[in-house]
Design a protein around this ligand. Sequence first.
Ligand code: PMP
Length: 407
Amino acid sequence: PGAFDVERIRRDFPILARPVHDKPLVYLDNAATTQKPRAVLERIARYYEEENANVHRGVHLLSERATAAYEGARARVARFLGAADPREIVLVRGTTEAINLVAQTFGRARVGAGDEVLVTGLEHHSNIVPWQMLCQEKGATLKVVPVSDAGDIDLADVERLLSPRTRLLALAHVSNALGTVNPVREAVALAHARGVPVLVDGAQGAPHLPVDVRELGCDFYAFSGHKVYGPTGVGALFGRLEHLEAMPPWQGGGDMILSVSFERTVYNRVPYKFEAGTPNMGGAAGLAAALDWLEGVGPEALLAHERDLAAYAAERLAAVPGVELVGTPRERAGVVSFVMDDVHPHDIGTILDREGVAIRTGHHCAQPLMARFGVAATARASFAAYNTRAEVDALVRGLEQVKRMLG
Ligand code: PMP
């Protein structure tokens, strides 16, 4: 408490010193991607300046260094997620790839005609479409847990919709569009009581909440490096070892095999079995540095800071005449969505941009959720460690400007 020094944190991020349209940058689009601290940028540079070679195959010194950086990142991710064993971590491109991997291996093996996959109404497209594709392929049905007017799901609905045909529950830890924190631990308990495994889309959970996959009890947890202050193009899938062992491989190629002949290929051990081809070593090193940085800030202190910002933003935005919040969830993490009377969200975003305020406008890759609220799009402010109450004030001033111009 009191140790959270946002000005010191801001100095870690070179881009925050960059003006936008001659105004100080107010970056409130963190749910799309976060900015990167110097420690991450320097780690990536050092990887390429001092350690770069291909992994696993070489006997030479640089290959050993690259392998150490890459496998070190795997162990770092395991520690970040509270996984028991680094073999439970598959390094991937990001959340989207992680979910597709599970759908196309675990899902393909487990879901058959007449079966059901259960998702919630507030999922990102990347936690809908892979399951929809699987269900279409298999003649299975996608079931959806409804979302309340506040933007919450109800555990009673989860319980009701878990049927003897349910083969998997896939839900977001935190909604990227509304900021809703889902009751994941309780949902996992309900699903497991019926023998249903659970995948958690942690793309917005990992940046905002302390995560412990063993405490959550989930079978799979996916997140993206670029949303936790790390680089793009790298992310992770946690999967319980017994699942990963039982799952067939996904993509075929180098590194995922032990031996290949034209008659027969023997697949590599977990997790290499799921990592065909040259991986993103530089990105993995950057991700590890990002997790070090995040841990240095302290996930609990960060959570308190972002809770304060989101609550302050919700309160100030709700007080702007003509602004209406979309979703007032029981528990909110880092995201506030809103609409404004008669003003298209795109115009809000454009005018705010001229003021240096970066927000996201659109459907946030959650079109079914937008449909649920009867809107095509919202404006969304999303927060990170380096944001301040003064930046929320700048957002509100920008909206007053929008109102003067278009209201
Ligand atoms: N799920 C959620 C909740 C997200 O917010 C995002 C990114 N907007 C994704 C999945 C997809 O992440 P990525 O694009 O990094 O694969």
